[in-house]
Design a binder for this molecule. Structure first.
Ligand SMILES: Cc1ncc(COP(=O)(O)O)c(C=O)c1O
Length: 432
């Protein structure tokens, strides 16, 4: 058995631990971190890094947040976990009520699960079960746009971009869904009939087989970090209504302020039939996600056959996670979050501008607290990760995308350090 008190524990990592999207035998660096506070991650060698990732969109308040620490420890004093079948508890009930209050009407019912991918599975099952319940069992397929990403489980993988969505390998195993090109109309642009033509055409042709359209609203994350027009989203909502197809919005990455609105669908002033949140829900403390839906859908499922929604994870509505989620939402809503996001947005626009003229850079784009530098070619991960850590910042690019989405509490000086380091490193690494 490995000695877990071994001061050389990072060495054991290589032998025993598999990291996300990585190989056990790899020469890519994995940096041992021993603590995190505010917006700084402290490595085992004492080096401090300014966090530009919010731990993959989650840690919106930064790390070691007194209010969130307190929510967890207080909850721990009463109960860490109980099963949710046949039992309920205040943290889950209060969190569900809060989510209903802050998400678009008429979302009214909350189903908790343990991760974003599972929340998407739940959403897909809800959509299929809804149509089954109202005697339209043929509607089992999903329609989505290219460059999307919705998670790593099988249902979620089936609606990820077949190429950039990282799951090409499983193509033959996955359920075949319908895909159309992602919109070319960018954020803040209006959409022409041409932009929605592909979506309209697919709905016209296949609506009898389609349970729902599923989209990441406004920002496509891990499938390409693209920002598209709110007008497109609005028109898709109308098309879904016209063709009797549900609309599932996956706000797992965009939710809780990241794009400048509390939820990205507010840019388009629309409401989905099914809605997924996760990631920043707990401020990055514990794993929790939720799928929300309307009374229309839950009523149909209750009245249909078999009269129950067929899903129920073991750790559903974990009390520690629900308590910290509630504290995180309160902390966010009590903070000047809109001002903060707008300040970050301005600083990112200014700070990343110098990258635009580099010949290795294809595009620079910013929306809310998200800044993206798209390179012409894929990045040498080993080289760039060392360069970022040497520069005292934590960024984790993928493919040809280098992006940052810092905790909302970041100050101007740290943000300046982040963007300067990012531009400097991009300039230094040169063409690949
Ligand atoms: C939009 C979106 N949906 C779903 C997921 C999956 O969430 P999780 O990694 O918690 O399963 C992600 C994760 O990056 C995401 O960005």
């Amino acid at each position: 058995m490995p000695d877990t008190n071994n001061p050389n524990w990072p060495e054991l990592d290589k032998n025993f631990v598999w990291h996300p999207y990585s190989a056990m035998e790899s020469d890519l660096p994995v940096f041992p971190v021993t603590s995190a506070d505010g917006i700084r991650l402290r490595l085992k060698n004492g080096r401090e890094l300014i966090d530009g990732m919010s731990s993959w969109w989650c840690a919106i308040h930064g790390y070691n947040v007194p209010e969130l620490n307190q929510a967890v420890t207080q909850q721990l004093d009463s109960m860490a976990h109980v099963m949710f079948g046949g039992l309920t508890h205040r943290p889950a009930v209060e969190l569900a009520a809060k989510l209903v209050e802050i998400t678009p009407e008429p979302l009214q019912n909350v189903f908790f699960s343990d991760s974003g991918s599972v929340a998407v599975e739940v959403a897909m099952k809800m959509a299929i079960q809804y149509w089954h319940s109202i005697s339209q069992p043929r509607k089992q397929k999903f329609l989505t746009i290219r460059s999307g990403y919705h998670g790593d489980t099988f249902g979620a993988m089936s609606v990820c971009d077949p190429v950039t969505g990282m799951h090409t390998l499983f193509a033959d195993t996955l359920i075949k869904q319908y895909f159309v090109e992602s919109p070319t109309c960018k954020f803040n642009e209006t959409c022409t009939a041409d932009d929605v033509q592909a979506m309209a055409g697919a709905l016209k042709e296949h609506h009898q087989d389609i349970a729902a359209v599923i989209l990441e609203p406004i920002v496509q994350g891990a499938g390409g970090m693209k920002f598209y027009s709110a007008d497109y989203l609005k028109q898709v909502r109308d098309l879904c209504n016209q063709y009797h197809v549900l609309l599932v919005l996956d706000e797992i990455a965009t939710g809780f302020g990241r794009t400048g609105k509390l939820f990205a669908c507010e840019h388009a002033d629309i409401s989905p039939d099914i809605f997924c949140v996760g990631k920043a829900l707990t401020g990055g403390y514990l794993t929790l996600a939720a799928t929300l839906t309307t009374n229309k859908i839950s009523d149909a499922i209750s009245r249909g056959e078999p009269g129950l929604f067929m899903h129920g994870p073991t750790f559903m509505a974990n009390p520690l996670a629900c308590s910290v989620a509630l504290a995180s939402i309160r902390l966010l809503l009590d903070s000047p979050w809109q001002e903060r996001i707008s300040t970050i947005e301005q600083a990112l626009i200014k700070g990343l501008e110098p990258c635009r003229t580099l010949e290795t850079v294809a595009d620079v784009r910013v929306l809310g607290a998200i800044g993206v530098v798209e390179m012409n070619n894929a990045i040498d991960m080993k080289q760039i990760m060392h360069a970022f850590v040497d520069a005292g910042v934590w960024l984790r690019p993928f493919g040809n995308l280098i992006y940052l989405m810092p905790p909302y509490i970041i100050n101007e000086s740290d943000l300046n350090t982040l963007t300067k380091a990012m531009c400097r490193v991009i300039k230094k690494i040169g063409p690949t």
